[in-house]
Design a protein around this ligand. Sequence first.
Ligand code: NAD
Ligand code: IPM
Ligand code: MN
Length: 360
Amino acid sequence: MPANTQTLLLLPGDGIGPEVTAEARRVAEMVAPDLQLEEALFGGVSYDAHGEPLTKEVMARAHEVDAILMGAVGGPKWDGVPRSKRPEAALLAMRKALDVYANLRPAFCFPALASSSALKQHLVEGLDILIVRELTSGVYFGEPKEITQLANGERRGVDTQSYTSGEIRRVAARAFELARGRKGKGQRFGGVLSCEKSNVMESGVLWREEVTKLHKEQYSDVQLDHMLADAAAMHLVKAPKDINVLLADNLFGDILSDEAAMLTGSIGMLPSAALGDPGVPGLYEPVHGSAPDIAGKGLANPCAAILSLEMVMRWSLGRPDAADRIFKAVNAALDAGARTADIGGKLSTRQMGDAILKQL
Ligand code: NAD
Ligand code: IPM
Ligand code: MN
């Protein structure tokens, strides 16, 4: 193998994960034939085979490769297994171990899909938001995290929202840098819109203070606005095109990105990239889950997975030309009328993949 060979680790996972990852794989083979592709078990399928949703071997390999493309994990089959062995726990463990703290979730409305959105067409036409979600801290990881038995016979569930100033600053820095690289379109919130609940949460107060401080120190050329996360949820459906880069913590970012997905027509369209410091392999995944309701039926939209591959090319492999090719092919396929059921069509997952491959 030549010394400069790049490796992409595919983790198809559960439910529709393997179906959509197979289409991304075909696109990868076409646009980057020299790219080394590997596949491994991850999530529920790994639990079934090995009793662990993430084995040591797969985790070690993830540290070594150039990038990882995951399909989706989870499903009703594993809802009853102990939390630490659930497929979702494997995903959180991988994000944490790789320390991929900056999760880029672009909500882009392809012109051909402007009428598929749940919102009126004029509100989403030309929509191009980049959500930057903190991914390795906050209430997902804070301790204590437990269910305890109380003396009065009741039970108490506790999760802890916690952020350090360093955790806030590093993800905010990414958001500012990304905003610098994006041409604003004269939007009302044309730089970074930082969302928290500083009206009720101490971590929210710290979030706002640290983002403001960092902005003043290093990024005063970028527009910075703050908004409470609940108001941001409202603004996303009222006037989403006002927003350029939306910065949020782990939980608010999770919720706001599902909301933003619907602006683009379907959650089956939304890719994501989780990035750490330079040199760390990026973890790429569609924003959607394993969709147990349609799994195994060939109905899933592979666009989010294929666009996640586009992000692999752009952010981890230094292949912007391949990324542009993929993006243009998806756009052209949609323009030509290719649609899976979630965006109002009749194509199967494979047929949608074919339609995109045809445009490459
Ligand atoms: P989901 O995203 O799997 O599904 C929500 C709805 O969107 C469903 O109706 C589904 O059919 C539809 N949908 C999702 N992806 C689609 C696609 N590509 N094409 C067409 N339709 C699509 O969310 P959920 O139902 O809340 O979760 C199901 C399971 O997935 C749970 O176990 C959850 O924990 C897990 N999950 C995993 C990830 C991940 O692996 N990154 C993300 C979210 C949820
Ligand atoms: C996502 C998912 C995950 C999250 C789950 C499956 C752990 O919803 O990637 O958006 O909450 O981060
Ligand atoms: Mn989510």
